[in-house]
Design a protein. Structure first.
Length: 299
């Protein structure tokens, strides 16, 4: 059996929800095939406009590898060959490899070459009920967001990015506030707007936003389940944490997703965020894919 089919079969056994083709896509313009005995990968580089919203989500220059491997040793050799061909360095340069979270038999190769988990794409399949629904106390509420919530939601969005930038991958840039506000405006004014806010005494203190299947094509191909929605934003004012408000928001969103016939909901969270993993696990989400990163700082 060739390496690509062996890789695909192993991943499917580890996690049937991961969509993995039998063969790698052919390298496109600017991409290249990297091969060693027992492993192959497609290498690419992306350069993000520093004035765009995407500039907030990581280093501006990212070298990526789509690997297919038979063993951890072969994976290590592939990583070594790939990195040997990258000489550029800079504070906004990084390597990035996304790997099925449950396919753990070969990931030691990443750790031994200086990579660390940075983010997770988590999945919730239809009907997964939250583990700890909590009735809200008087004065608290969850409702659908409306365009007039934009100002307060933009402030919360900035707080979210600023908090997660502490962990070294996301970046709060001069263009970020403008980009965040524009993105929220698009979500709130979409014909099919799936956005919710949490309130205390009529004051917006939390939010969750979802891209419905009609807007989630860009990520739907990562899983075998369908249709797919994407939960893009979730944040709660720290002053309200611990009283069940976030759980109530997630339960409201989950009920809506199930009623709408969504087969799987995907979201990203930062591995280093001490609250994200436990919270999302409690809501029925679990890791699907893990991105491993390595900074290429100058010097």
């Amino acid at each position: 059996m060739d390496v690509e089919k062996q890789h695909a079969e192993r991943v499917r056994r580890a996690d049937p929800l991961v969509a993995v083709p039998d063969t790698l896509p052919a390298p496109g313009p600017g991409e290249q095939l990297v091969k060693v005995k027992g492993a192959v990968g497609v290498a690419a580089v992306s350069r993000t406009d520093p004035g765009s919203l995407n500039a907030a989500w990581g280093p501006l220059v990212k070298y990526t590898l789509q690997p297919r491997v038979a063993t951890a040793e072969a994976f290590g050799d592939l990583l070594a060959k790939w990195q040997a061909g990258i000489s550029a360095r800079g504070d906004d340069h990084a390597l990035s490899v996304t790997w099925p979270s449950r396919d753990t038999s070969t990931v030691l190769a990443l750790a031994r070459r200086g990579f660390a988990p940075t983010s997770v794409i988590a999945v919730r399949t239809a009907g997964r009920a939250p583990g700890r629904p909590t009735p809200l106390a008087d004065g608290y509420g969850v409702r659908r967001a409306v365009p007039s919530d934009l100002e307060r939601m933009s402030v919360l969005y900035e707080q979210l990015v600023a908090y997660e930038a502490q962990f070294g991958w996301l970046r709060l840039r001069p263009s970020t506030a403008r980009g965040l506000r524009g993105h929220l405006g698009e979500l709130l004014n979409a014909g099919e707007s799936w956005c919710w806010v949490a309130e205390r005494g009529g004051h917006v203190a939390g939010m969750m936003t979802v891209e419905p299947p009609s807007a989630a094509d860009w990520i739907a191909s990562l899983t075998t389940a369908s249709p797919v929605a994407y939960l893009g934003l979730a944040f709660l004012d720290p002053a309200l944490r611990g009283v069940g408000v976030a759980d109530a928001m997630a339960a409201r969103v989950g009920a809506h997703l199930d009623a709408a016939g969504v087969g799987a909901t995907l979201l990203h969270y930062q591995v280093a965020n001490p609250m994200s993993g436990p919270f999302w696990a409690r809501q029925g989400y679990r890791p699907l894919l893990t991105t491993w990163g390595k900074h290429l700082a100058a010097g």
